[in-house]
Design a protein around this ligand. Structure first.
Ligand SMILES: NC(=O)c1ccc[n+]([C@@H]2O[C@H](COP(=O)([O-])OP(=O)(O)OC[C@H]3O[C@@H](n4cnc5c(N)ncnc54)[C@H](O)[C@@H]3O)[C@@H](O)[C@H]2O)c1
Ligand SMILES: O=c1ccn([C@@H]2O[C@H](COP(=O)(O)OP(=O)(O)O[C@H]3OC[C@](O)(CO)[C@H]3O)[C@@H](O)[C@H]2O)c(=O)[nH]1
Length: 386
């Protein structure tokens, strides 16, 4: 493998990375990238490893010996500190991060996103180890614009909705709107990490992902996850399409999101890993401001793309409206609009996303169809117990 250079033309030394939550959606893509394109070693920590099994099994693969899986629940495992100490860099991805859990399991959500992350920050700080911590775009909450009258011309002014790391406020709903338990826990851990940087000299980078999507995201209920489970929107809509049932639009599908392809976003993370001088001390939005749609438009687009990749005809009524109370239960609330400002990541790392929403949906739904269509057909053909 040719020597890798950083953005300032210096050779990059191979490093050991302690990746917590390596078995999840983002972790699996990051492990894959690090194995295929870099000489770095990964200590992969997670409770599960199904999504990275392919990287772990065959001893003959070029990266054999560079990835080591440790089955660890960071809530209670004394091996954590030793693994952080063994590494040059810790990346913490571990979290409960599916909205269906925020209002129904608020305690687990707060513990997972704040309490369980505390020892990781402490071990990095005490041992002078670099930390890349995964936060979320949800820390911005709602836009300032959403509080303006519906017909206000100011709603069209980017100053009222584009989300900037260093100036935008964090606007959450009231306490009984438990949806915000996740965002609030993420915000507090961001503040703690920032304070460790300011008071104890911790070298940190905080990542705020804006709806990264692609293959291996979450699970398909009843196939590789619980039948009653509610994953994030990509997997919900994929599940509906695969089962030939209407896509459920929560509260009319009016909320807006910007979606970025996981492979583009992973490029940004690799730049952070390999350019510590440019990434340390920064909070980065990582998203694609050009891929904005309402959830209703996303449903329409996914339906069209799925029809193309599966060859199956479209349903007569491809979507239905459901209330958020019916779908998520009491205490749900929503972010109205999420457009990332890209100034900081552009300036520090020169990163820009490349993939259009149509293209990323085409490759993702091709993967979903190839991976799940047969299993779904079989499960639907099975007689149900009466
Ligand atoms: N995917 C996105 O678009 C997105 C958006 C915003 C924020 N994030 C953040 O990025 C991170 C990763 O997200 P993801 O989409 O890969 O989610 P994911 O659920 O696929 O991955 C999280 C992984 O962490 C593991 N984990 C959770 N608790 C653990 C514990 N106590 N001990 C060990 N492992 C544990 C899970 O088993 C899972 O494999 C999360 O912190 C999430 O809040 C992701
Ligand atoms: O079947 C469905 C499922 C969801 N919706 C609506 O889609 C919007 C997006 O939902 P989702 O991707 O599940 O989650 P959010 O974008 O709201 O939150 C995530 O953003 C980042 C992260 O931190 C981690 O991924 C997480 O909190 C939303 O409006 C749903 O109501 C639907 O209509 N139908």
């Amino acid at each position: 493998m040719a020597a890798r250079m950083d953005l300032d033309g210096r050779p990059i030394k191979p490093m050991t990375i302690c990746m917590i939550g390596a078995g999840g959606f983002i972790g699996s893509h990051l492990c894959e990238k690090l194995m295929a394109e870099t000489p770095h070693k990964v200590l992969a920590l997670d409770v599960y490893n199904d999504k990275i099994k392919r990287l772990l099994e065959p001893d003959s693969l070029p990266w054999a010996g560079r990835i080591e899986f440790h089955q660890i629940n960071i809530k209670h495992d004394s091996r954590l500190e030793g693994l952080v100490k063994m590494a040059d860099l810790t990346i913490n991805l571990a979290a409960i991060c599916t909205p269906a859990d925020y209002n129904t399991r608020p305690l687990d959500t707060i513990y997972s996103n704040f309490i369980d992350a505390l020892p990781v920050v402490k071990y990095c700080s005490e041992n002078s180890k670099r930390l890349i911590h995964f936060s979320t775009c949800e820390v911005y909450g709602k836009t300032i614009g959403s509080f303006l009258p519906k017909d206000s011309p100011l709603r069209k002014d980017p100053a009222y909705y584009v989300l900037k790391e260093d100036t935008s406020p964090c606007i959450f709903g009231s306490i009984e709107k438990q949806r915000w338990s996740y965002a609030c826990a993420k915000q507090l851990i961001e503040r703690l990490i920032y304070a460790e940087g300011a008071e104890s000299g911790l070298d940190f980078t905080i990542v705020r992902p804006f709806n990264w999507i692609g293959p291996r995201m979450d699970f398909i209920p009843g196939i590789d996850g619980p039948s009653e489970g509610v994953p994030r929107v990509l997997a919900c809509f994929s599940n509906n399409l695969l089962r030939r049932e209407p896509l459920k639009l929560v509260d009319g599908g009016q909320s807006q999101r910007t979606f970025v392809y996981i492979k583009d976003a992973i490029e940004a993370v690799l730049l952070m890993i390999e350019n510590p001088d440019r990434a340390n001390g920064h909070i980065f939005n990582v998203g694609n401001p050009n891929n904005e749609v309402t959830v209703r438009q996303l449903a329409e687009m996914m339906t069209q793309v799925y029809t193309k990749v599966s060859g199956e005809p479209m349903l007569q009524s491809p979507s239905i409206d459901v209330s958020s109370k019916e779908f998520y239960g009491e205490g749900y609330d929503d972010s109205d609009k999420r457009i990332p400002d890209m100034t900081i990541i552009n300036k520090q790392l020169g990163w820009n996303p490349k993939t259009s929403l149509w293209d990323l949906l085409e490759s993702t739904l091709t993967y979903q169809y190839r991976t799940y269509a047969e299993a779904i057909k079989k499960s639907m053909a099975k007689p149900t117990a009466s």
